[in-house]
Design a protein around this ligand. Structure first.
Ligand SMILES: [Zn+2]
Length: 726
């Protein structure tokens, strides 16, 4: 992280004299965007208030609800927490209130940390077992709130869906809150929206007061396991929680002597100026604090990529060499082999018939052509290959790693097998060794994981997680894998996700320049924990221009655009304007072509080459660090839509404008944001669809930028340069 923490406006305060009798001490954490005030009561801590900078505070009505019992040897014991001022820490950037339980001997740390002088503050609860035998703990939320609100206030909630297999018709939800409102959003790595389960959200939600400078607060969860965020409004109480998903319950988790349970870390922030203002601070915080600093130091991040899945499982050596030559000719920067290269599922060695010279030879050819080399793998899947190194589900040792026994007659699918539970240490050790081996052996610059790296439920009783509840356990088969539905699902995901993070931290340590793509059957693992442990996401598993723009619109509210990958698949492009539209629909973030570019016409080649050069010369700088504004309704493919980047430090911006299939609307106006009313801006229409001109900021923000595109399914890029006052 390049930032220093030089400008702390206030140090934390110890205000014992001014406190109510029940409170033992108080503290405050402040960043440029939020001030949080805390109080340590005798038997529970309390978040007193959250204040957006320069705005009214949100007052929290209730003390923290700490776990009140633990289970030992089948008996439930009540826990009585007592504040420990000596062990507590109050520093400028870090507040920890410690509570002890005498019998059993447990220590609870209620921690808040500001990792930067701007943006949100992080929070977690750690419960340490200081006793001599193991305990089982019930669910401790990461964060609970009960804000005192004016029942007349114009409150609006925002939450966004994951792009999943395909973006839905809504995606970005903005809901006016009325008394009686009750909502829960869930996230895991396993959404099955087709099977009656609700669509998953990116585990985050925001509440804005439309009348108070559009100010409010947001919370997000830095964890990829089963989590939920809930919100309800009852009269003057706006209450809810964020943390591990309590359903299906009852949740319990084992804590051995000397070990700890930690809730998923949440970040809590505040803003004024609406959701894009909140997003611009959050995305910067994610770039500078949450994500891998080495990645942002790469001048070519995010890369322009050519991926082999346009030819499906048909990839082989000859096609790879042809694609590498054409990728280099087009100015692309990485060649990425998708599924189809391996001997079999779980047998992650190159298929000798397709790749007689191995994969390192392909990587070396890519490198010789100035390209990086990336590889798809589904490294938690076992099947029946028996060659040395293969993860063989019939091997008695491996059998116990599978989430359930294989049903009679089970067969793997072409690129999916049976999931192993990496939360089980021997399985984790194998996986950690295997991913390191592949990166070394195949000379990888990027490793993409697909499939389900995190077990959903697990039927095993000798793994670290809670055992399944035999009376309520269901096992079913789908997509070549067993799915275990049981009360232990959340605890299984807790252990499995922590193992996944350990494996990737180890991989990064051993290979500091390596890039990691999170795919997980498309956009099913888009959350802030995977953002902290990998470098970019496949944001949806449907790749046409509309799906790409919809998934980008939703996801970019909460994550840096550079991390948001669009795969650009073959799409009907009778006119060259349609071809540019197809490309640009996937060029607002990380761009991956998923077509055999050898099949493009000479004109398409030359246009694509220009677009890729433009990305490197101009677009990438915006994608990396500029502020982003959602300046239209969410794309519907029919009407117009657009996105605006503006970088205040360079005084430059760009508008991506898209005309959908409409026959009726050749003209359209977009209201711009983030400009100065009293400055003038030069507009440069990249495709010359309108003459360049200079316009006042006020006009662009109040009357708007008018565009003219005569062709349906076409686009324009408008560059905006500040040229002076008035
Ligand atoms: Zn397990």
């Amino acid at each position: 992280m390049a930032r220093s923490f030089r400008t702390w406006r206030t140090a934390a305060l110890l205000l014992a004299a001014a406190l109510p009798a029940s409170a033992q001490s108080a503290a405050e954490l402040r960043t440029a965007d939020v001030t949080l005030r805390f109080e340590a009561g005798a038997d529970a801590p309390r978040l007193v208030s959250l204040q957006p900078s320069g705005q009214e505070s949100w007052s929290n009505r209730a003390p923290e609800s700490l776990v009140s019992s633990a289970e030992s040897k089948g008996e439930s014991v009540a826990l009585h927490w007592k504040f420990d001022p000596q062990a507590s820490i109050i520093e400028a950037r870090h507040v920890v209130f410690v509570y002890n339980s005498e019998s059993p001997r447990l220590r609870l740390s209620w921690e808040w940390t500001a990792r930067a002088d701007f943006g949100p503050v992080e929070h977690k609860v750690r419960i340490e077992n200081l006793d001599t035998h193991e305990f089982w703990l019930p669910l401790q939320d990461s964060f609970r709130f009960d804000w005192q609100v004016d029942p007349q206030a114009a409150l609006e909630q925002m939450y966004v869906e994951k792009g999943d297999g395909s973006p839905s018709y809504e995606g970005t939800h903005e809901v006016s809150l009325a008394s009686g409102y009750k909502w829960t959003g869930t996230s895991s790595t396993y959404a099955h929206p087709g099977q009656g389960e609700p669509r998953e959200i990116i585990p985050w939600c925001l509440v804005e007061n439309k009348e108070k400078s559009r100010s409010g607060w947001y919370v997000g969860i830095e964890f990829s396991g089963r989590t939920s965020v809930s919100l309800a409004l009852d009269g003057n109480s706006l209450h809810g929680s964020a943390g591990l998903n309590p359903d299906p319950g009852p949740f319990k988790t084992r804590v051995e002597p000397g070990q700890s349970f930690e809730t998923p870390v949440v970040f809590v922030g505040a803003f004024s100026g609406g959701a894009d203002a909140a997003g611009n601070v959050l995305r910067r915080w994610e770039r500078e604090v949450l994500t891998n600093p080495l990645t942002w130091k790469k001048p070519d991040y995010p890369l322009l990529v050519n991926n082999s899945w346009g030819s499906g499982m048909g990839i082989d050596e000859a096609l790879a060499h042809r694609m590498i030559r054409d990728s280099a000719e087009l100015g692309l920067e990485m060649f990425h082999i998708d599924a189809g290269w391996f001997r079999g599922v779980g047998d992650w060695y190159p298929n000798p018939e397709k790749f007689p010279h191995g994969l390192a030879a392909i990587a070396d050819d890519a490198h010789k052509h100035g390209l990086k080399f990336g590889l798809w793998v589904d490294w938690t899947q076992a099947a029946f290959d028996t060659e040395p190194g293969a993860l063989n589900a019939r091997d008695p040792v491996v059998q116990n790693w599978l989430v359930a026994d294989l049903p009679p007659g089970w067969k793997p699918e072409p690129f999916k097998g049976q999931t192993i539970d990496i939360g089980y240490p021997p399985a984790k050790d194998w996986a950690q060794h295997e991913v390191n081996r592949m990166v070394d052996d195949y000379h990888l610059d990027m490793l993409e994981h697909d499939g389900y790296v995190v077990a959903q439920g697990c039927a095993r009783t000798n793994h670290p997680h809670a055992p399944p509840d035999p009376e309520h356990t269901k096992i079913y088969q789908d997509w070549g894998a067993s799915w275990v539905i049981s009360s232990n699902m959340t605890d299984v995901s807790y252990h499995s996700v922590r193992a996944y993070y350990d494996i990737y931290s180890n991989l990064r340590k051993n290979h500091p320049g390596l890039l990691l793509e999170v795919c997980n059957d498309g956009g099913r693992m888009v959350d802030f924990g995977s953002a902290a442990h990998a470098d970019y996401f496949s944001i949806t598993d449907t790749y046409d221009p509309l799906s790409n723009r919809r998934a980008f619109y939703d996801t970019s509210h909460v994550l840096p655009p550079a991390m948001l990958e669009s795969y650009i698949e073959k799409w009907p492009t009778p006119r060259i304007e349609n071809f540019r539209y197809m490309l640009r629909s996937g060029m607002m973030g990380w761009t991956t072509i998923m077509q055999d570019t050898n099949a493009w016409t000479a004109e398409q080649h030359s246009v694509a080459k220009e677009e890729f050069q433009l990305y490197k010369d101009e677009l990438r700088a915006f994608v990396r660090t500029a502020d982003l504004y959602h300046i239209s309704e969410r794309p519907d493919g029919i009407h117009w839509d657009g996105a605006e980047y503006f970088d205040p430090s360079r005084k430059r911006g760009i508008v991506f404008a898209f005309r959908g299939s409409t026959e009726k609307e050749p003209w359209h106006t977009l209201l711009l944001e983030g400009l100065h009313s009293d400055r003038r801006y030069k507009l440069r229409f990249h495709d010359h669809t309108s003459p360049d001109r200079t316009v006042a900021g006020r006009e662009l923000m109040e009357a708007g930028l008018t565009l003219h595109l005569p062709v349906s399914n076409s686009s324009e890029l408008v560059f905006i340069d500040e040229v002076g006052g008035k």
